[in-house]
Structures are given as C-alpha cells and as structure tokens.
Design a protein around this ligand. Structure first.
Ligand code: SF4
Ligand code: SF4
Length: 204
C-alpha cells in the first residue's frame, strides 16, 4: 500500500536523512520526531523537504526511524540465520514496460531479471544478493511474500520496499517469528523508484 504522497530523498544528501533517523533513534525521540521536525522547519522557515511538506516529511522520518529500530532489534538473530532470501520491489526496475526483459513466474510469484540494462538497480541488487548467497525474488507487491515463505523455510529475510509497505509486512514477519532486515526506498511512487545500493550491501 503506497503513501498518499510522493517523495524523493535521492535529491538530498544521504548523510542528511540518515543522520536525522539515527539521531532520532539514539535520543529515543522517534515518538516526538514529528513535533521536533515541524518546530525546526518553522524556525528555519522551511516549507518543504525532499519534495514533501513538513507534515508528510516528519511522518516519513518517523517511519524510517521505526524501520531502523526493527533492523537493530532483529540484527543478531538475522546474522545467526542460515538460509536467507532477498525480496526486491518490481517498481525499482529501470523499465516498467515491455523494455524490461524480466520473466514473471506466477507460480512463485516473482519476476526474474534477464539483465537487459547494466545500470538497472534491480539487476545490480540481484547480482549483489546472489553473490552473497541469497535467493532473490522481485515482487510485484508485499502480498506475494506469504506464498513464497510458506513454500520455503528461510531462516532470515531482507526486504527492499517503500517504508509504508515495509511496515505492513513487518507485522506478518513478526507473526512468523522470522528475523528480517529492511532497506527503504529513497524515492517512492510505484514506478522508477530508488533505493541505496550501498545501504543494501551493508545490510546483506
Ligand atoms: S535489468 Fe532486469 S529488471 Fe532491469 S529492466 Fe532489464 S530485465 Fe528488467
Ligand atoms: S512504491 Fe514500490 S514498494 Fe511501495 S507500494 Fe509502490 S510498488 Fe510497492
């Protein structure tokens, strides 16, 4: 389920929003971050950040802090896990039309990248995941996850998605007691989305 708003954090320095998320977590203030960000924006006379108004931006930062927190909580168990899967979002493919040569297998269900474009994020992330020993899936939506996990007893999973989708899937993974790590999109919109490959490499 996408947000009601679009954002593109790729237009701002990665260090800025990452520091904001880490600072909010370290100061244990993620429940108050919305107020803090709003006050700071008023003080600096900022109307929007990353293409978002301040209210939506603070909602987004709250969600990113929650994801960061879950990653920390699950990290140790995840690192001890043996068989792992990486779930990538289809919306980060370079092409969303017939130019994408990925094959979709409805029985899995997953796309499988056919490497038509070396600069496609999904192509690069698939190669990275496989190099690190992950079984890689490219999902059309989070609802595909239960079907895959029911057939495959993974010990740990890594998911890339927008923060809204990650938060919804987290509940399901928690009910399965499956340690998970997440990488959030820095540009949403359900097409031509972006995530940080360096952050994914770090998590893997
Ligand atoms: S590199 Fe793979 S995922 Fe990307 S557009 Fe080509 S076939 Fe699709
Ligand atoms: S932005 Fe991507 S991950 Fe988020 S809901 Fe849309 S398609 Fe799914």
């Amino acid at each position: 389920m996408p947000y009601h708003f679009s954002f593109d954090l790729s237009r701002m320095p990665q260090a800025f929003y990452e520091s904001l998320v880490k600072m909010a977590y370290q100061k244990n203030m993620h429940r108050r971050i919305a107020t803090t960000v709003r006050r700071l924006a008023e003080w600096l006379k900022i109307q929007e950040i990353g293409g978002l108004n301040i209210v939506d931006f603070s909602t987004l930062i709250e969600d990113l802090v929650d994801i960061h927190l879950h990653n920390i909580v699950d990290r140790e168990r995840f690192q001890r896990s043996k068989r792992r899967a990486l779930f990538l979002p289809h919306c980060a493919r370079k092409y969303m039309d017939g130019r994408c040569r990925a094959h979709f297998d409805a029985d899995v269900p997953s796309y499988y990248c056919n490497r038509c474009s070396p600069d496609c994020l999904i192509n690069m992330a698939t190669a990275l995941g496989r190099d690190r020993g992950y079984e890689v899936y490219i999902l059309p939506g989070g609802t595909c996850l239960p079907r895959i996990l029911e057939k495959n007893p993974y010990g740990g999973v890594v998911g890339v998605a927008c923060s809204q989708e990650i938060k919804q899937v987290e509940e399901y993974l928690k009910s399965k007691n499956l340690p998970a790590q997440a990488v959030y999109l820095i540009k949403n919109g359900c097409a031509n989305t972006k995530f940080n490959l360096g952050s994914l490499a770090e998590i893997l």
